[in-house]
Write a new protein. Structure first.
Lengths: 306, 262, 306, 262
């Protein structure tokens, strides 16, 4: 029995629930390095490029990566060539992707979100906008806008005023009460929340005993944080009425199954793509598992754990 | 070698050879596609197949040699990831993505001076073979800490090699960069020698300085922590002359002038 | 060259920096099951029994444990036979331990901390008191007193008034700003802070797709959370003037080395004891590593990463 | 068997036998101390030696058999931890703590009816041997899902066994509890038979009900997720008649009356 894997994420109709996590898969770079025709056989049901900001950012000093137990610490620091270059250079190349493109934007202050959203509002290549209010690698102490419910609300309000596109707000788990922050985003006009960005962490260099990352602290991703992410998805999706995009350590189709059961409408794969570039192609296996559980379709799976 | 022409594959390959070479482990696996495409200086992202999540990510590994269907790597077990790979037994499977990155570029006919430090000697084998096949004069300076590492010199039989050890237990006493200036003079009727180097950062910095002082072209293969290996994550950057460079995609082999050396 | 491993934790003179994490090692049970004479060759430099509360607690419904990637989720729920039984039954059995005993107490309201501390103040077997304000498994949504800086301060003040013993406050990482909470504890009179208790998390049962833990959510421990713990220890010890007890995923002597470099005066081993009951005995190896780094003594190692 | 008399050891033991028995994997390792001390129904906490952190914790495993220096376990690879153990090859090392817990208690001379479901048959082998050695009459009901699992019956050669499969592919069709009532009647001149059972919870609940109805004493070995295995963490509790019981320390073998069955 074939399971219907299609899901609706607001106005977006996705062929299946598996998308990529921003910053972990660059289709333009991967297409070049892998010489598979990724533009023809694209594994994800939507594509989220790396977060862009008003001004280009060089990113943080290296080292930027450190593996930890079943996890990865990164301090990339939103390295990107700026929203203008994104619009003029990248967007038309992404146009030929067979899936919707969700642009991810971030700012240093709430106003930046409005400005960036305004710049994208007229772009037809952009199916939806994700506000990344949760990157822990911009300020030295890992402070992101999204740590503060009120600032999260404001950034969302400003973006909402600037665009009618489907608006996703991507939240950080590094808060005392993630439901409160999620509610603030929805109150500000978010159509959807994305959970979770990386968890605050740090590692020392084995030899020097100094912080290994050039930025001192970083964000933890990968299987290690799956329990943290699953809890956030479960609690927020139970409490709020908007769809949730779940992510954090999703490595196998079984993980995706569990995130959807916990309440996610779509599931993003991040660090697992580094482990195995084919992890992206987990949708058929997800279908098999859904079937095995006697569930009729992907959309019926959403929230069965509640 | 245009990056657009580097195909890659994610393969589960069977290990068919696993043996100790002094301090290092030499492991070969069957991977016809990779063997066919590999260019000297390119690398693989490799891990043990299986669903255990620690170690989590593949490790970047240079290609030591290719021989018909076989790809060989040489591993210095410095940590958990390399130790796990070094423990691979015959019949075990490795997951491999590659060949990746920009390898050594070689045009012209200049004599080649290959400089390898420690496990950095690994990619020089395939490089030496390829250069020789193009009719170029090849000379290797191989530097090691002690006799134990220097055993790996045996992998370079047939190539002109000088061995240097930090404790003098084999070959010349000192650093591999010590004899380098003496190999760089242009000989009558030949082009100026070109340097190809791989090894720890301080060694590469010394090579860069010597190349500048002596006026020789030099390419170096550098290391960085990697996650994706394909330019996706921006994690593997080093400081370049004009901003950050991705080691996996822009390198791992760079012209010395493109790197910021302070 | 022999490294001096002794450290001072306030008035406590410890033979080395390795102690156990509360709730993960029960010397009375272990002594019975293992029939090693743990009372003679005790591996830790101090002993912290499981947290006790005013009233006995049966704990949460099973299942209470689930392994995750390099981690362990638990929802024990402070199962204990109450502070009275602890005093009358356990304490005199612990008297013969060759190391100081640090009693761990918790309450449902701030006043409980004062009451429990008062009951322990006169007990000579108790060398110090740890206030566990951070157990995520008491309330259904994981809400602990320690999520709120002001309640943390209050609980500490009340305990401080009730006892002159060395007072440790054990904090939760599940807050937006752990420095703020740590500062509140110190302001309330804490002599020392313990970092970190478990990280909020959750898992689903693979087959039923329902929450696997009887308590729905739980606390994540083990190597998976080491980066989170190391960051907390680094930031808090850099900011505050009290000694820090570091814990969270410590599995090897190398981990202990890093926690001390990050700023911990003592290091507690928790989940690793389940993996390997001999993990406790890491002090000699720690000494070897300290020596290898050319550091003269354990106390000189503290905070070298700052 | 007083808990205070259960010594334990944390050993790194070499695997010397590893073979498939139908759906299960039989693995033996050298552990003289454990072999010497093991009592039927006790268990081990066991994992592959090594510093990889996934799987993180040891898994509780019943002791299937002991033979001079050798300890044997029978593994049903249901998840990552058991799959990793089942993949152990000859010469690999396992870290083992044990023997742990309160095993089956046997006093008196009643005929013993052993009931095993699936992998729950594992501890019944040593139990059957020990009971027989004490001169007791032993009869085994072994229930499996299919022929594939039922292959493990071969491990009980020399013992009187009845095989029951859920699909009827071997032996009697049905559940292992179906023929149980027929084995419980007191025979003239003998004490009332006593039940010893191990298997999945629904099977144990059925056994408990039947034992109550027929008036036989019964001991059951139950399962729970474990972390410490030694009573330290309070993680492995089940509902007992008078509050929570720790499976690792108070059990894993309990009298049926001590457990709350709803
Ligand atoms: C292009 C390239 C080619 C390489 N070729 C070889 C080779 O042929 N043979 C060989 O033995 N090694 C090679 N290396 C180095 C090898 O990748 C690292 O030693 C390995 O990743 C360390 O992992 P670990 O888990 O064993 O060590 P860890 O315990 O993680 O760390 C040990 C040391 O390795 C460094 N390190 C950690 N992670 C990485 C990472 N992802 N990338 C680079 N360094 C890291 C750490 O800073 C530390 O100094 C190469 C590296 C690169 C970038
Ligand atoms: C006293 C005792 C004796 C046992 N004897 C044997 C034996 O002889 N042979 C055998 O094959 N199995 C035995 N088991 C069961 C075995 O311990 C579990 O199957 C194993 O722990 C599951 O781990 P996993 O990683 O393979 O599976 P997981 O992927 O973790 O889970 C698979 C299934 O096992 C259950 N499970 C997970 N963790 C545990 C845990 N720590 N304890 C118990 N169940 C768990 C899960 O609920 C799930 O249903 C015994 C269990 C106990 C308590
Ligand atoms: C190297 C790296 C770069 C990332 N960059 C971004 C980013 O630019 N924008 C963003 O919203 N999230 C970014 N993230 C967070 C991921 O999108 C994702 O939320 C997080 O990694 C958890 O998912 P995972 O465990 O599957 O990786 C990044 C994560 C990693 C590991
Ligand atoms: C099973 C279990 C029970 C615990 N019980 C307590 C407790 O009673 N009191 C307490 O302060 N912390 C308790 N903790 C938290 C640990 O003391 C420790 O802070 C945490 O597990 C992180 O350390 P680890 O990763 O080394 O385990 C418990 C942890 C576990 C895993
Ligand atoms: S490793 Fe990801 S960009 Fe180089
Ligand atoms: S497993 Fe820890 S008390 Fe039983």
């Amino acid at each position: 029995m074939a399971v219907n894997l299609e899901i609706k994420l607001g106005p977006l109709e996705l062929a299946h629930p598996i998308i990529n996590a921003s910053g972990t898969f660059d289709v333009l770079a991967a297409d070049k390095a892998l010489e598979e025709d990724l533009f023809v056989s694209f594994p994800f049901a939507a594509y989220i490029p790396k977060t862009v900001t008003l001004q280009p950012r060089a990113g943080n000093p290296p080292p930027r990566l450190q593996e930890t137990a079943a996890g990865l610490l990164n301090s990339i620091g939103l390295a990107n060539h700026g929203i203008e270059a994104f619009i003029t250079e990248d967007l038309h190349r992404l146009e030929s992707l067979p899936v919707p493109v969700i642009a991810s934007i971030a700012g240093e202050e709430t106003e930046d979100y409005g400005r960036c959203a305004a710049m994208l509002d007229s772009r037809e290549e952009v199916a939806a906008i994700e506000l990344n209010v949760s990157c822990p690698n911009v300020e030295l102490d890992g402070r992101a806008l999204g740590l503060d419910p009120e600032k999260t609300r404001q950034a969302t309000v400003l973006a909402r005023q600037a665009t009618s596109k489907f608006l996703i707000v991507k939240l950080t788990p590094n808060v005392t009460d993630i439901i409160e922050v999620a509610a603030a985003a929805v109150d500000g006009g978010a159509d959807c929340v994305s959970l979770i960005n990386t968890v605050h962490g740090m590692a020392l260099d084995r030899y020097s005993l100094k912080p290994v990352l050039g930025h001192v602290t970083g964000g933890l991703s990968g299987p290690a944080i799956k329990p943290v992410a699953l809890r956030a998805v479960f609690l927020v999706s139970r409490e709020l009425d908007v769809p949730v995009i779940g992510m954090g350590g999703v490595t196998t189709a079984q993980d995706a199954l569990e995130f959807m059961a916990a309440g996610a409408t779509a599931v993003a794969v991040g660090t697992a793509s580094f482990r195995d570039p084919l992890a992206a192609a987990m949708a058929p296996e997800l279908g098999r598992l859904i079937n095995e559980h006697g569930i009729g379709s992907a959309s019926e799976l959403i929230g069965v754990a509640h | 070698m245009d990056a657009g022409l580097i195909p890659a594959e994610l393969l589960k390959c069977a290990v068919v050879e696993s043996r100790q070479v002094g301090a290092y482990r030499l492991i070969s696996f069957v991977a016809p596609q990779i063997a066919n495409l590999a260019h000297p200086g390119q690398f693989l992202m490799i891990r043990m197949s299986g669903n255990e999540l620690d170690p989590l990510l593949p490790r970047p590994m240079g290609i030591h040699n290719v021989e018909s269907d076989l790809v060989t790597m040489l591993i210095d077990p410095v940590g958990k990831g390399t130790a796990r790979l070094a423990a691979a037994g015959i019949g075990d499977r490795v997951s491999v993505l590659g060949p990746l990155g920009m390898g050594f570029r070689f045009e012209g006919e200049a004599p080649a001076v290959l400089v390898g430090g420690g496990i950095g000697i690994s990619p020089l084998k395939l490089l030496a073979r390829s250069l020789a096949a193009e009719g170029r004069e090849v000379r290797c300076l191989l530097g090691f800490r002690t006799r134990k590492e220097a055993v790996a010199t045996e992998l370079f039989s047939g190539v002109r090699t000088d061995v240097i050890t930090e404790d003098g237990s084999v070959g010349r006493l000192g650093l591999v960069s010590d004899p380098l200036p003496g190999c760089l003079a242009r000989e009558p009727g030949k082009p100026t020698p070109e340097i190809f180097a791989c090894g720890p950062s301080p060694m590469l910095a010394a090579v860069a300085r010597i190349a500048r002082e002596c006026g020789n072209a030099a390419q170096v293969s550098v290391e960085a922590h990697m996650a994706c290996g394909i330019g996706s994550c921006q994690g593997c950057v080093i400081r370049g002359a004009g901003g950050y460079l991705r080691v996996c995609n822009d390198g791992p082999v760079f012209d010395v002038e493109d790197i910021s050396w302070q």
